[in-house]
Design a protein around this ligand. Sequence first.
Ligand code: DC
Length: 225
Amino acid sequence: MESIIITIDGPAGSGKSTTAKIVAELLGYIYVDSGAMYRAVTLATIRHKCETIEQIIHLLDSLHIELKMSPQGQRTFLNGEDISEEIREPIITSKVSFISSIKEVRTAMVDLQRKIGAKGSIVMDGRDIGTVVFPHAQLKIFMIASIHERAKRRLDQMKSKYSEHISDITEITEQITNRDYADSHREIDPLKPADDAIMLDTTGMSIQEQCDFIVKKAQQLIFIE
Ligand code: DC
């Protein structure tokens, strides 16, 4: 098998994006952060002051979302503007679960994700990549980690950037718990492992160990089949 699709799903802070990025690099694959697309839509709805779902759906037609690779990693563009930093701000994080629960938003993003991944040689992370976007992917990983570890990782990550918005571990634990609940209880394409996903509990694992595990599985598929 020359090239495969690798999906990495899991809750916030489980280490998906860091791992997916390195795995893609090691395999010479393209890394796609599907959450960035939902964040881009969320930013657009804030900028356009959308107040109803109808307005959000209407806005979708005018959005052109692109993901481009750069030496610093994936950059996200909204109608030609690089919004890679802005979509990580806490205001976006607090609203993205709601925006991503809208059926029309999901349909548009899933279409885009399938187009990007059509040729294979891709590592895509998200919530429904193994269940909905690429149900026939050759390698599906579902990453989990204890809530404490996830909150600690997210806090460390955010402290460096947005320290003024984040008060303590209790606040971030609550935010992650709420987002997990919203993402896994939404009606359409909720966060859940695919039946054929490999469960990877990263609590206590180093990034290196997580990446080695996935790369090994991928190499078995790429070189043996
Ligand atoms: O991975 P992230 O934290 O950047 O994702 C932001 C949100 O986008 C997440 O709370 C749920 C949504 N999302 C989704 O519904 N489906 C995906 N494939 C990826 C993200």
